[in-house]
Write a protein that binds this ligand. Structure first.
Ligand code: FES
Ligand code: FES
Length: 149
């Protein structure tokens, strides 16, 4: 089937299988920041935005994106780079494999919750796993980026 989507502000028409998942479809079309770890909604690596809200694209059928706005980290470069610099300065990035999905979730948090508490941050990021860092550096970086104590 054909779907019409807007990806990072640009319209696109894609041919997709009925059972194709959005993560794979995005990768097929060159959005290689979209990574996969579990394919079962458990790790957060595949996080993108659909109409401005974060979704786990490994378990969203591609046809569900028909007529909608998809945002990947390629479409949020200035904000992503600003936060990534803070992450690196806090020593919160090691292999970096989790970073695109993690950053997409942090940028969504910034839009959705003003002045979040540490508990709010932990709750919001609960679906984004990192096998390397132990999360303390990430928490410091998020607080610095959001300007919260
Ligand atoms: S690959 Fe989608 S949540 Fe893990
Ligand atoms: S930095 Fe390696 S998985 Fe997060």
């Amino acid at each position: 089937m054909q779907i019409e989507v807007t990806v990072n502000g640009k319209p696109a028409v894609w041919e997709v299988d009925n059972d194709a998942m959005l993560a794979e479809t995005l990768r097929t079309h060159g959005f290689l920041s979209v990574r996969k770890g579990c394919d079962t909604s458990c790790c957060g690596l595949c996080t993108v935005w659909l109409d401005g809200k974060p979704v786990l694209s490994c378990t969203v059928l591609s046809f569900r994106a028909q007529g909608r706005q998809i945002t990947t980290i390629e479409g949020l470069q200035p904000q992503a780079e600003e936060f990534a610099r803070i992450l690196a300065a806090e020593g919160a990035e090691q292999c970096g494999y989790c970073s695109p999905g993690f950053i997409m979730t942090v940028l969504a948090l910034k839009q959705e919750i003003s002045n979040p508490s540490e508990a709010d941050i932990i709750h919001y990021l609960t679906g984004n796993l990192c096998r390397c860092t132990g999360y303390l550096g990430q928490m410091r970086a998020i607080k610095k980026y959001l300007g919260v104590a």
